[in-house]
Write a protein that binds this ligand. Structure first.
Ligand code: AHM
Ligand code: MG
Length: 324
């Protein structure tokens, strides 16, 4: 099986970027080990802290965040770092070529139940006209990402990553400590009979989205030609991994009862990297209005509605929302 670095070389990724990706993945190997140790290392459970979004931080959120941050600070390849668990950006190495953002452990509520969790990361080029301390480094559309990926800590530790070419899948060989290519190109089927949405939010959705889900639930007893199945992991990284593996649609729509904060998922750390992986696997990724990767970000912790997966199903959903 092919190792990671030859795959990146084949995709013409420059050496500086390869070294940066290696740093992130070395940190993820360590996170994978800590996650695997679970209660044996006393890493389960919550801390007394909250992040800027008012969410209680788990011990493993903090450990993963610190590991990634420390290794990126030492790497010399990163000018600015942003993390879902940090209030502000962190200035790293002046003059370094890249900036990195990450959700150190997505799906935090799965940590204590041995469910799927994962690290999501994204890399952009640093801006020379903006200081390393400024969050304006991250004022870049998702189309500017030079690399996007996640490491999923499930029964196997998997890496899904794209550097602009195909979305590839690697499996961490824990006996050798290296990531081996196991799917050359992920390819999301255009059609699907599977959807992922948190049904407990049913009464908070817009009329259009509620109508869409009602029709999926009716399936071939209503207007659809087929019966649909539902899956919900509680971790976007796991739900989108399923979509990348066998198709489906993942939705986290706006909450119409919460005008101050209608969306839950973060543009920088979650929506953009997963949208790039989905698009590069022949899928589609949108908010309720527009292509996710085309959004001009307003701030680093910005949240957006997310509808991504099999192209024809995403298009179908957007029609209910009257998006052309
Ligand atoms: P997190 O980054 O704090 O783990 O939160 C994001 C997660 C997503 O992974 C997942 O899709 C969503 O929150 C689950 O939300 P819900 O609590 O509605 O099931
Ligand atoms: Mg998250």
């Amino acid at each position: 099986m092919k190792r990671l670095i030859p795959c990146l070389e084949q995709d013409n990724v420059d050496i500086e970027l390869i070294l940066l990706i290696k740093t992130i993945l070395t940190a993820c190997k360590e996170i994978s080990f800590r996650v695997g140790q679970g209660a044996l290392s006393n890493v389960l459970g919550s801390t007394l802290d909250e992040n800027i979004q008012g969410e209680t931080q788990k011990k493993l959120d903090i450990i993963s965040n610190q590991l990634l941050k420390d290794m990126l600070l030492e790497s010399g390849k990163v000018r600015t770092i942003a993390s879902e668990e940090e209030d502000y950006v962190v200035a790293a190495t002046e003059g370094a070529p890249y900036i990195v953002a990450f959700d150190p452990l997505d799906g935090s509520s799965n940590i204590d139940i041995n469910g799927q969790i994962g690290t999501i990361f994204t890399i952009y080029r640093a801006k020379d006209d903006v200081s390393a301390e400024s969050e304006l480094q991250f004022s870049q559309k998702g189309t500017e990402q030079v690399c996007a990926g996640y490491v999923l800590y499930g029964p196997s530790t998997l890496l899904a990553m794209t550097t602009g070419g195909p979305s590839r899948l690697y499996t961490l060989d824990k006996t050798q400590g290296c990531y081996l290519l196991t799917t050359e190109q992920m390819d999301i089927p255009t059609e699907t009979q599977e959807f992922a949405v948190n049904m407990s939010n049913y009464h908070q959705w817009s009329a259009g989205f509620t109508h869409y889900i009602n029709d999926l639930l009716l399936g071939n007893e209503g207007t659809r030609a087929k019966k649909y199945n539902m899956r919900w992991n509680g971790a976007m990284v796991g739900d989108v991994h399923r979509v990348l593996s066998r198709g489906g649609i993942f939705c986290y729509p706006n909450n119409t009862k919460s005008p101050q904060q209608p969306a839950k998922l973060r543009l920088l750390y979650e929506a953009n990297p997963l949208a790039m992986l989905v698009e590069n696997a022949n899928g589609k990724a949108s908010t309720e209005q527009e292509r996710i990767l085309a959004i001009e970000p307003s701030h680093i912790h910005q949240r957006v509605a997310v509808i991504m997966g099999s192209t024809s199903e995403v298009d179908e959903c957007l029609e209910y929302l009257n998006v052309k």
